[in-house]
Design a protein around this ligand. Structure first.
Ligand code: UD1
Length: 366
């Protein structure tokens, strides 16, 4: 095979971990020139730079410097800039990952330039049309030539939508492959020591979804939940959440909570160390559901639905919304050691994912 140029597009925090194992595989292929293009959707060092360093990712070949903005503005800016990059680099294939605005923007540009698109984490659906990511998922799958699915239900979702199933492959969850690769470093880190905490003696919280933080009433409910949690609570705060707390005048209320350890967004290793060490995690994140299940840490998912049902069915996750009663009961159940444990199937979903993806891509490009 002649040398092929493949561009992987990243933009927001959860994208970086998904590209890591793919980059590792391609590094060993002499006939593949793999480049990373960063849209700049996330730009703070703590949301982007530290992940490149820790994951050992090469410097992006191009940085589009798009920054924050409303959905249309951000998606549009990425498209304008990424189109120029594609016309210049002329990639043989573009890889997009996950469901953020950078994912759909890059997929649409590439497909219209007749560049094949591969989507990693295809087929996931929350069936919640108020989630911006749900549109990104559906439309990206619709545009993709190759669809790499992370859990069995994804294949069914694609079939139901009439997407040619022969272009879809169930490969597993690449996020868990990254976790396995970095496990020794994570287990050595003991990040809780930096906050004077003891392992299995604190609750970890991450909350950043627009549905939980963008309206004052919703965010107040979240704060009430935090106030009701027993013992120490570690809360690495996402910039969106921090901004909303400031905007709604709620920052002081949070700072007054004596049980709360409020910290900056954590690096990859630091966060996973905190996750492994906590007794319970309360989160509205998508990928944390997989990571918590890997460690068998009880995960209360502060959402009404999930695009990753396997981690509630066979992992250590439960949908709890913002229902204080259910949360209190679930916390007790977890502290009593009665929370459901993950199956071996779930714990092994991260095996050889990138190998399957990169072999399939090379086959496609032959
Ligand atoms: C985005 C993704 C979401 C993902 C999340 C992970 C979309 C639609 N959403 O949400 O799926 O779970 O990333 O973090 O793509 N900001 C900073 N510094 C940064 C980045 C953002 O301060 O480096 C602030 C800005 O005020 C910005 C806000 O955070 O307006 C939201 O950022 P944005 O990328 O729009 O969405 P996220 O909530 O991060």
């Amino acid at each position: 095979m002649m040398t092929k140029t493949i561009v992987s597009v990243v933009g927001a925090r959860p994208n970086f971990m998904k590209v890591g194992p793919i980059e590792r595989q391609f590094k060993n292929c002499s006939n593949i020139n793999h480049m990373i293009v960063h849209t700049g959707q996330h730009y703070d060092d703590l949301m982007s730079g530290v992940f490149f360093d820790e994951l050992g990712l090469p410097k992006p070949a191009r940085h589009l410097g798009v920054g924050s903005g409303r959905h249309g503005e951000m998606t549009g800016k990425i498209m304008i800039e990424f189109e120029k990059v594609c016309l210049d680099i002329k990639p043989d294939l573009v890889i997009v990952v996950g469901d953020v605005n950078s994912t759909i923007a890059a997929a649409l540009v590439a497909r219209k330039l007749f560049i094949p698109v591969a989507h990693v984490e295809a087929g996931l659906r929350s069936f919640d049309e108020t989630m911006p990511e749900e549109w990104n998922r559906r439309l990206t799958d619709c545009l993709s030539n190759l669809l790499y699915v992370s859990e069995p239900v994804g294949m069914k979702n694609l079939e139901r939508e009439g997407i040619p199933i022969k272009s879809a492959l169930l490969v597993g969850d690449v996020m868990l492959e990254t976790l396995s690769l970095f496990l020794p470093g994570i287990q050595k880190r003991r990040r809780w020591v930096d906050f004077n905490l003891n392992p299995k003696n604190y609750i970890l919280v991450t909350i950043h979804r627009p549905s939980n933080v963008d309206e004052r009433d919703d965010l107040e409910l979240v704060i009430e939940i935090l106030e009701a949690l027993p013992g120490k609570v570690v809360f690495p705060i996402h910039p969106r959440t921090r901004n909303r707390l400031d905007e709604f005048g709620l920052s002081d209320r949070i700072k007054r909570m004596r049980n709360l350890v409020l910290v900056e967004p954590q690096s990859y290793i630091d966060f996973l160390s905190l996750l492994e060490g906590c007794s319970i995690i309360l989160s509205d994140s998508g990928s944390v559901q997989a990571e918590a299940s890997f460690f068998d840490v009880p995960c209360l998912v502060c959402r009404e639905n999930t695009e990753r049902p396997i981690y509630c069915e066979q992992g250590s996750c439960r949908l709890v919304g913002r229902d204080l009663q259910i949360i209190k009961l679930s916390v007790q159940e977890a502290l009593d050691g009665n929370f459901p444990k993950s199956t071996d199937y779930v714990k092994n979903l991260g095996k050889d994912v990138a190998k399957k993806i990169t072999e399939s891509i090379q086959d496609f490009l032959k």
